[in-house]
Design a protein around this ligand. Structure first.
Ligand code: SF4
Ligand code: SF4
Length: 142
């Protein structure tokens, strides 16, 4: 079993489909929805954690793509301009997932994108505004 996180960006016509139910039923994938931005008649975004056998996950993702859903691995969703970072730790105070932490020996910022749940709290917490997050539509790079 492996666990991966993805953002799903889907068109309005897919917003009424029971996608997570179908992933569970047809592909034996356990789906945990971490965040949802869904408005009737508009493009929607889901942040999910998916657990299953690798083959099942791949087949499930293929199913989503065939439904015109953009699937992006979560680790491409957060970035910090580390050259500009002053390691003040302000972002770590609001990051409850452990994606942003201060190394207790060097007091430098550690970034673990795979832990990020895209809550967005760190963006305003950073006084230098050097944290970027793309949710559903592309990726902000350093
Ligand atoms: S978006 Fe939330 S979980 Fe992700 S790094 Fe920022 S504070 Fe942490
Ligand atoms: S709040 Fe900004 S400057 Fe401070 S440690 Fe986090 S990313 Fe670096």
């Amino acid at each position: 079993m492996i666990i991966k996180r993805f953002t799903l960006s889907f068109p309005p016509e897919s917003s009424t489909k029971p996608l997570t139910y179908l992933l569970i039923k047809n592909y034996d994938i356990k789906v945990n929805i971490l965040k949802a931005e869904i408005t009737a008649g508009k493009k929607g975004n889901l942040l999910i954690e998916a657990e299953g056998e690798e083959d099942d996950l791949n087949r499930g993702l293929e199913f989503l793509k065939n439904e015109n859903i953009d699937v992006l691995p979560l680790d491409r969703q957060i970035s910090v301009d580390q050259d500009s970072c002053v390691h003040c730790g302000a972002c770590t105070a609001v990051c409850f997932s452990g994606a942003l932490t201060l190394d207790r020996e060097t007091w430098r910022l550690n970034v673990t994108p795979a832990n990020c749940v895209v809550c967005g709290l760190c963006i305003n917490a950073c006084p230098l505004k050097i944290i970027n997050i793309g949710f559903g539509h592309g990726v902000q790079n350093e």
